[in-house]
Design a protein. Structure first.
Length: 133
């Protein structure tokens, strides 16, 4: 077999693997309109009605959303500082943060959470759940 036959075969195999990988990632993502917070479902609009708007300064500039501290306090978590919070995105990405970080954050209408003075790895997009640990 010469190069003329092997290269197209490898290219086809590579395309099949890439296509099936993309299909797997697409189908494994959870499509959810609500955010589960402390085992209760809320729409983004419900959470925004509970909380105040806030603007923070991040490494990407100003971000405006609703205060995460206000949301947590309004949903009735007793002693919010006694817990850690795991924020989970629809792609499975998650970060666990302490209350001191959580109370500085904002949740945007795009279901993305930002924290000032933290690396971007703590920012989670397309949030589907916030676990209270």
């Amino acid at each position: 077999m010469g190069k003329e036959k092997i290269i197209p075969i490898f290219a086809i195999i590579l395309l099949v693997v890439a296509g099936s990988s993309a299909a797997y990632v697409y189908t494994s993502q959870v499509d959810k309109e609500t955010i589960t917070l402390n085992n209760r479902e809320y729409t983004i609009d419900q959470l925004f009605l509970l909380s105040e708007q806030k603007t923070i300064q991040t490494v990407e500039g100003e971000k405006t959303g609703n205060s995460v501290e206000s949301i947590i306090n309004k949903i009735g978590i007793a002693c919010p500082s006694c817990y850690n919070y795991t924020i989970i995105g629809k792609d499975g990405y998650q970060q666990t943060v302490e209350w001191e970080i959580m109370k500085t954050g904002v949740l945007t209408d795009l279901k993305r959470i930002y924290f000032p003075d933290t690396p971007k790895k703590f920012w989670v997009r397309d949030i589907i759940e916030i676990e209270v640990n």
